[in-house]
Write a protein that binds this ligand. Structure first.
Ligand code: NI
Length: 172
């Protein structure tokens, strides 16, 4: 397995409509392995093919230590609406608020090519919708009412430095 570079906004591959997967072969298994490794290293909750420059309809998601692999996914049912905070590995350094369905049911193929259905709420529902958007060339910032509301997330290094400053001074 290998880490793949993650493309960032501005790269045209992120804006393409990805093509359906038709071969459930060894190359696909290797690609899925690379995607899981790349998602974990980032670290991120999900990663879609176009984000590593592979314009195919597949994504990997990891929520509560459970991996969900969706290939040629379709949302077949949705209900409710929630306002969520969201970010994306392809839009580093920012997050924003947007509305998504509260619950979704997704029909997809698993890594063996068998049809599966995933019904989810919470973070998994959010990730399923976010990753399926990637397959249609859409980013979460496209769903925000205004980009003026995009928030800058503090670099990790600064957050760590702040946390250290807040630690009590050692006595002696
Ligand atoms: Ni994303």
């Amino acid at each position: 397995m290998a880490l793949r570079p993650i493309l960032v906004v501005g790269n045209p591959v992120l804006r393409q409509k990805a093509k359906r997967v038709s071969q459930f072969d060894r190359n696909l298994q290797r690609l899925i392995g690379d995607m899981i490794e790349t998602m974990r290293a980032a670290p991120g909750v999900g990663l879609a093919g176009p984000q590593i420059g592979v314009p195919l309809r597949l994504a990997v998601i990891e929520v509560d230590e459970t991996i969900t692999i969706i290939i040629n996914p379709e949302i077949v049912k949705r209900s409710g609406e929630v306002e969520l905070d969201e970010g994306c590995l392809s839009v580093p350094g920012f997050w924003g608020k947007l509305h998504r369905s509260e619950k979704v049911t997704v029909k997809a193929r698993n890594r063996d090519g068998r049809e599966v259905r995933v019904s989810a709420d919470g973070l998994l529902a959010q990730a399923l919708q976010h990753e399926i958007d990637h397959l249609d060339g859409m980013l979460y910032i496209d769903r925000m009412p205004s980009l003026d509301d995009l928030q800058r997330s503090e670099p990790v290094r600064k957050r760590e430095a702040d946390a250290r400053r807040q630690e009590p001074e050692p006595v002696e």
